[in-house]
Structures are given as structure tokens and as C-alpha cells.
Design a protein around this ligand. Structure first.
Ligand SMILES: *Cc1c(COP(=O)(O)O)cnc(C)c1O
Length: 392
């Protein structure tokens, strides 16, 4: 559908909101305050299908709807199957609950020593600092607490969380996420980064956010200053489709890069949205052009009401095997399943080991050709030979 070079243009501009003054449009507070949150507002902007209309009603008790005007503009309003549309406009399929689906699909609740702090791996923690997002992804793995539609009553306890990190010297990596941490005011973000940076054993600080994608206007000079002062900050953004790679996002990434922020991307494999090699290749190529390393592709978590988004596991493996070796190594993300029940992220790789014999490993390359490599390292020093090239 979107072959390698089908998207010649990088989308940009105010689209439906042409008459809004540029200064307003470019303020992130304007994007927040004018986000589309109700069925009535949405209906004035787009012809909804019956499924979508019903989905919007149900969203109030599941995961609220919210779409920034900037992101809404990326929707092709004539196409009910638009890959952007399906990510943020609810559909009635969200009501369907499969037996294998769960409210806490990756098992976070049992690993929270403090509310909002998930300590699953010994050396790193996931620090959930808010339950709000710029827009709500309909396949959200944390929909139980995000947007507060399910009455989770989320109250991040910053002081308790920081105290826990301070007294746990095994934690060397703090991943700040949510909700979306970049919805917090600049000062609060600056304060959090400074506090974490002052803990001697915390050597790696990263932020998980989709705000640059939903609202590139959020990447302000003051925010970048806080990143730079406490850097290097590592950041995982969340782009799923090449259409999301706009000039505005590229510009936001450039500002982050200039502030020594190291950028990676996480995508979720979504049925009929990005589950084709052409779409994924085009996405990964565009990410590289923005200075973003494709980090993970997730098999869609078993979150309640997400069956319409889920692909067969083999689909992801096939996509990776058609990228690995066929394009720049940097462009190939790691496919993972975040294990149900709290086992953490587990990589899935196409088979590259053809066979192992007593002496050799036989490897399969990207063109399915077989190559032999000795299995064992040399056991005793080999006889020294003076390299002939060095002789005069
Ligand atoms: C994803 C995740 C991390 C970070 O995992 P990496 O593989 O290091 O990126 C840490 N803690 C939790 C709970 C996570 O879900």
C-alpha cells in the first residue's frame, strides 16, 4: 500500500485549522486545549462509521478519546481504513474481550514497590509520572490507568519513588514514562531530571514519549535546555507509520538532537496499519532520516479489547527477515514480545542458525545462502609467522 517511495512528500501544515493564527497553532498549550475529545466535536470534522460512533461512546468507560489537531490533520478523512485514523479513533471492536486478554497484560502491578514505579529488571525501573497523554492510542497497554477512564485513581508518588531509587543501588537505569511525561510542565521535568541525575548510581536516564509525534510544538527551547543540562537523555518516541514522519516531527527531532538527546523509536505491530514490509521499511528509512534509531517493534500486547489490532506472531518475524540484510543495519529494529505475566521483553528473531555440527556452525544469510564458521576459539597459540607484508 505504501511502497518504499510512495510517500514522496513529508506532510506539514495547519490543514483544517488554516485560519488559526500561526502563533496559536505552534503553542503546545493550544494543541492541548483544542484536542478533540467528544463525539460531537469529532462529528463536525469527519464522517464517522457506525463502528466508530459506537466506539466513541464506549471509550468513556474504557480509555478516553483525545486527538490533537496537529495529529488529526494526518488523517485521510476519505479513507475509513486510514492508518492514522485507526490508531486514535475508537471502534466498537474495543468492546470485544478475548479469553487470553488482560487488564495488565505485561504484569506490572505485582512489580510496583511504590505506586507508579515498576521494578521488574534488577538494574532498571519504569517510573510512571502521569496518567495523561497527548492523544490516546486505542491499543494502549496501560489503558487500565491511563486517562483515568477506568477509575484506577492513579497518583504518582514522586518523593516515594525517588526515595526508593535512592536507597536501591542496583538501579542504574531509570525510564520515565506514563502516561506521557512530556505533558508535565517544563519546570517539573527539569526538577525530576535533576533529582535523578544527582543519584550517584543512576547512570542512564531515558524518557518514553509519544508527544513529539502528537504535538511536536511541545519541544520548546526551555525543555531542550533541561535535557541538555541533565544529559545525555535518551528518548524513545513512538512512531507507527511513515505518514507520522512529518516536517514538524523532523524539526522537533533536530531540536532534541541538538540538545544531546539520543533518539530511538518503538513501534507496535498493528493489523492493517503497519503490518507490511513496505510500510515498515518506509517507516524505518524515514526514522533514520530524522536521526532516530528504530529500537523495538512490539508484538501487540494482550490488552483487553485489542484483538482487532493483533497480528499473527509470524507476521512480525517475516517483516524482520525481509529487512535484515536487505537494508541498513541501523534501520532494523528488534522484534519483541513483552511476556504476559511479567517476564519482560523477549526478542524474536528469524532463524539464522542452519545447523550446528561438532566443529562448525552453519549460518543462513539474508539471501538464505549457507556459510560455515568454526564453532570453537583456538585452544593453543598458533605458530607465529612473521607477516610477509611487514618484511622489507
Ligand atoms: C521496557 C521496560 C524496561 C526497559 O527495557 P529495555 O529492554 O532495557 O529497553 C524497563 N522496565 C520495564 C518495566 C519495562 O517494561
Amino acid at each position: 500500500m505504501y511502497p518504499q517511495d510512495a510517500l514522496k512528500k513529508w506532510h506539514s501544515g495547519q490543514g483544517l485549522w488554516k485560519t488559526v493564527p500561526k502563533e496559536s497553532w505552534n503553542k503546545w498549550s493550544w494543541q492541548v486545549n483544542n484536542s478533540i475529545k467528544t463525539l460531537d466535536e469529532l462529528k463536525t470534522l469527519i464522517n464517522l462509521t457506525k463502528e466508530e460512533e459506537d466506539g466513541c461512546k464506549f471509550s468513556e468507560e474504557k480509555l478516553l478519546m483525545s486527538i490533537t489537531p496537529y495529529f488529526f490533520n494526518l488523517i485521510d478523512r476519505d479513507d475509513p481504513n486510514c492508518p492514522i485514523r485507526k490508531q486514535v479513533i475508537p471502534r466498537s471492536s474495543e468492546r470485544i474481550i478475548m479469553p487470553e486478554e488482560m487488564l495488565d497484560p505485561v504484569g506490572e502491578e505485582p512489580h510496583m514497590p511504590v505506586q507508579g514505579l515498576v521494578h521488574k529488571y534488577p538494574d532498571r525501573v519504569l517510573f510512571l509520572v502521569t496518567s495523561f497523554c497527548g492523544s490516546y492510542c486505542r491499543y494502549c497497554t496501560r489503558s487500565r490507568l491511563v486517562s483515568n477512564a477506568q477509575n484506577y485513581d492513579f497518583h504518582p508518588a514522586y518523593e516515594k519513588a525517588i526515595a526508593y531509587i535512592e536507597k536501591t543501588p542496583s538501579i542504574r537505569d531509570v525510564l520515565i514514562s506514563g502516561g506521557d511525561p512530556l505533558l508535565l510542565p517544563d519546570k517539573k521535568i527539569g526538577m525530576l531530571l535533576k533529582r535523578l541525575r544527582s543519584i550517584p548510581h543512576v547512570e542512564f536516564i531515558r524518557i518514553g514519549t509519544r508527544i513529539p509525534v502528537f504535538m511536536p510544538q511541545r519541544i520548546t527551547p526551555l525543555l531542550c535546555q533541561y535535557f541538555e543540562e541533565n544529559g545525555p537523555i535518551w528518548m524513545s518516541i513512538h512512531v507507527n507509520h511513515p505518514k507520522e514522519c512529518t516536517l514538524e516531527l523532523k524539526e522537533a527531532c533536530k531540536k532534541l538532537l541538538m540538545a544531546s538527546v539520543v533518539l530511538g523509536n518503538q513501534s507496535v505491530l498493528l493489523k492493517e496499519i503497519n503490518d507490511s514490509v513496505n510500510t515498515m521499511r518506509s517507516l524505518c528509512h524515514r526514522l533514520l532520516q530524522m536521526g532516530v534509531k528504530p529500537y523495538y517493534i512490539y508484538q501487540c500486547d494482550l490488552i483487553t479489547g485489542s484483538s482487532h489490532f493483533r497480528t499473527d506472531v509470524q507476521k512480525g518475524i517475516d517483516i524482520i527477515s525481509q529487512l535484515r540484510g536487505h537494508t541498513t543495519g541501523y534501520a532494523v529494529p528488534q522484534l519483541v514480545i513483552d511476556a504476559p505475566g511479567g517476564g519482560g521483553k523477549i526478542p524474536l528473531n528469524p532463524e539464522t542458525i542452519h545447523k550446528i555440527t561438532e566443529k562448525s556452525i552453519f549460518l543462513k544469510n539474508y539471501q538464505k545462502e549457507i556459510y560455515e564458521y568454526p564453532l570453537f576459539a583456538p585452544q593453543s597459540p598458533l605458530k607465529m609467522v612473521e607477516p610477509t607484508c611487514m618484511k622489507k
